[in-house]
Design a protein around this ligand. Structure first.
Ligand code: NAD
Length: 253
């Protein structure tokens, strides 16, 4: 029986929403879940103790620590403490390495969701120019590896990239993971390209918007994901998939 433990430290409003959505998804899928909402002042030692308990708890197959953690806690130390077989976010260096060599159990949920969208839409990645804007450990870098494993020709762009428009204009598949509202405009996109918007940005008027300017981009793109309602729900679906996978892996240990 799969069981997911979700740990949240502090009061970050966006994180609260993400955790609530994850709990709700578990309910909908019939996955057992435990939520640990810890106060902002929680020490690193206390958090490590909880992770150790959950690592050894047989009813828990997956452990997720909602990031970011408060500044006095070292994110890397926390990720390293999670049993790689229960690391449903796939952020542990063991799982990152496995993705690199192409022999993996868990894939980070957001890039996995992007790949699922591409597959379900019948889009063949092989030989395509794939451009990712953003090089974070949780989205950009693993996304690049997954597209590469499917024989895409991958370019990773970032904040120091020169002539960004020239790169994005060349993309058959463009993945935006920048964290800047409406950053990718229609004139940066090749006619007919597949545009996948990972960004989730909250505007001053409280509305959510992506990293792609949808109104101008949809006129040029062959296919495009909306925000909200595109990659976000896929991320949660992939978390459920990883939790079920973790239950199978841990059962056989
Ligand atoms: P991040 O802040 O860690 O990384 C942003 C990346 O954008 C960096 O690699 C940086 O080099 C690049 N960048 C910044 N300015 C740039 C510029 N001017 N030109 C080119 N590149 C530039 O962000 P992240 O954690 O990868 O998240 C990116 C976005 O995706 C955010 O909006 C985040 O909220 C969203 N996100 C969504 C999901 C989901 O489930 N849909 C999951 C994770 C993140």
């Amino acid at each position: 029986m799969p069981g997911l433990a979700v740990i949240i430290v502090g009061e970050d409003p966006a994180s609260q929403v993400y955790v609530r959505n994850k709990e709700r998804a578990c309910e909908e899928c019939g996955i057992y879940s435990e939520k640990y909402a810890l106060p902002e002042e929680t020490t690193q030692e206390e958090l490590l103790e909880l992770i150790d308990t959950l690592n050894n708890k047989s009813s828990i197959s997956g452990i997720l620590v909602q990031l970011p953690v408060p500044k006095h806690i070292d994110e890397k130390t926390i990720i390293d403490a999670i049993n790689p077989n229960k690391d449903v976010d796939a952020f542990h260096p063991v799982n990152v390495g496995k993705i690199m060599v192409g022999n993996y159990d868990f894939v980070p949920c957001t890039p996995a969701g992007v790949m699922e969208l591409i597959k379900e839409s019948g889009i063949d990645v092989s030989g395509k120019e794939c451009v990712i804007v953003g090089r974070s450990n949780i989205v950009g870098k693993p996304q690049a590896m997954l597209l590469l494993h499917q024989n895409g020709t991958v370019t990773i762009c970032h904040s120091k990239t020169k002539d960004l428009k020239e790169k994005t204009k060349n993309a058959d598949i463009l993945v935006a993971a920048v964290g800047i509202p409406n950053f990718i405009k229609g004139d940066m996109i090749k006619e007919g390209a597949v545009v996948i918007d990972v960004g989730i940005n909250r505007l001053e008027n409280k509305k959510l918007c992506g990293d792609v300017e949808f109104e101008t981009a949809e006129k040029v793109a062959g296919a495009i994901t909306p925000v909200p309602g595109g990659v976000g729900p896929m991320t949660i679906a992939m978390l459920m998939k990883n939790t079920v996978k973790a239950a199978i892996i841990n059962k056989s240990k």
